[in-house]
Design a protein around this ligand. Structure first.
Ligand code: GUN
Length: 279
């Protein structure tokens, strides 16, 4: 049986480390506060936003919520972002995605001051990642690197296949694995022979958004499998992009859903918020 990579436990360790750091900074008179903006009432977004605010409270930084109506105009949202950029008491700004269809997400992301962009979505932070410069890194991929490192899984020299090329996960994930000296291949919906390609992976990172798509026939014996997907099944239970029961007997280590990658995203957001306190 494979080793289970326990994201719940590892994220708790990280949050406890951050809690100590925040206490030290407080003793030096440095406070932290994250502004969280949600537009509309998407239920999944509301759950994420609530969990992010709870995590702030846990590590001891402030959070300010801005719950805007679905009908808010792009101009109004941009004006709020500008106001928060200029507010010295706010050191992190997070605009929960997706935004309603009448707004240009790229325009909103680009309006956030890069030094307050704790999601790591601003092109300046993405460019810093590409160039190997310091900057904020997107939380889910950063969390996956922490999961691998804290589980003592070597990355250097390994063949890594990342399935998915989104700006939030697939692209920054590939760059981070490259930074850790893996040999990286990015697969996507137009990739030919996905099964054969995945079979070459020592580390397979799956962010394709298809419930239980990856079964044992895609996985090399002894590989490490990281599942970024999260889906609600008809029976009410959560599952990932990986068919856990099929894959887990064949791998060295695997993340469960829930309790794998998910909790790491918020832990790394808190990591970025603590970084932002001294920028
Ligand atoms: N929507 C889904 N994931 C994320 C995330 O990491 N940050 C933000 N702001 N919105 C999201």
């Amino acid at each position: 049986m494979a080793n289970l990579i326990d994201g719940k436990q590892i994220s708790q360790e990280i949050k406890d480390e951050l809690k100590d750091k925040v206490a030290q900074k407080k003793a030096q008179g440095i406070q932290g506060c994250l502004a969280v903006i949600q537009v509309g009432e998407d239920p999944a977004s509301s759950v994420y936003v609530r969990n992010k605010k709870r995590a702030c409270e846990y590590i001891g930084i402030g959070s300010k919520s801005y719950e805007l109506k679905e009908s808010t105009t792009e101009e109004e949202l941009l004006a709020l972002v500008q106001k928060l950029n200029a507010d010295a008491d706010i050191n992190g700004i997070l605009v929960q995605l997706p935004l309603p269809g009448h707004m240009d997400e790229n325009k909103v992301i680009q309006a956030i001051a890069p030094k307050k962009d704790v999601d790591g979505f601003h092109p300046q932070n993405v460019g810093a990642l590409v160039s190997g410069l310091p900057g904020f890194v997107s939380c889910t991929p950063a969390g996956i690197i922490e999961l691998l490192k804290r589980s003592n899984i070597d990355i250097a020299g390994k063949n890594c296949v990342v399935i998915g090329r989104s700006n939030i996960v697939g692209k920054p994930m590939s760059l981070l694995m490259l930074r850790e000296n893996a040999t990286v291949t990015i697969a996507h919906s137009k990739t030919k022979n996905l099964q054969e390609l995945c079979k070459t992976a020592d580390i397979l990172i799956v962010a394709m958004g298809k419930p239980k798509f990856i079964d044992a026939s895609y996985v090399k014996e002894g590989a490490v499998v990281i599942d970024v997907g999260i889906h609600r099944q008809e029976n009410g239970k959560l599952c990932g992009d990986v068919d856990f029961d099929s894959v887990s007997p064949h791998v060295q280590a695997i993340t469960p859903v829930p309790g794998g990658v998910g909790p790491m995203t918020i832990a790394m957001l808190m990591y970025n918020c603590v970084q932002a306190m001294t920028k």
